[in-house]
Design a protein around this ligand. Sequence first.
Ligand code: GLN
Length: 199
Amino acid sequence: MKIGILAYQGSFEEHALQTRRALDVMGLDGEIVPVKQKKDLDVDGIIIPGGESTTIGIVASKMGLLDELKAKANEGLPVLGTCAGAIMLGKEVSDAKVGKKSQPLLGIMDISVMRNYYGRQRESFEANVDLSELDGGMQRVVFIRAPAILKVWGNAQSLSKFQGTYVIVKEGSLLATTFHPELSSTTKVHEYFISMVRK
Ligand code: GLN
């Protein structure tokens, strides 16, 4: 199994480590590779980490990767988008402050995402979220200038809610989290994604 991690900015190292830990827990072998160009997309699953969704989108589109990744995801390539990565996946995206603004996105998941939902005062915080749908129970996770998923429709299904918003959503082979699962002690989100990749 080969898992790619988009490596323009954001927590590549942490995602790589967490993916390795999850593979170990599951007793699986796997290769973890950075993805920057189209040719790197020869993977069985891909993680889009947090960072700044505008930057990630602009760079991915300049590298010619955005369209290719979108096509592959539509063909069933499993994608885990965390924080800015969840924004990249959304069909509907707006910003808490400036409202709707166009930015390059994958736009493939039936979710409505609001960027910077928690505003300045609570830019970053830790909270307990319910990972029981992922066989993980209550877990402490980190939100960093996090978006919120406010609406899901179509085939998108909520796997966890927190304070009235969706924090984990799955749609077929796509998985979005508004928090940073690579910064938690639990590896459950990565394990869950790996099991999606194995299917
Ligand atoms: N605020 C960022 C954005 O809107 C996301 C933050 C993150 O990924 N930690 O793109």
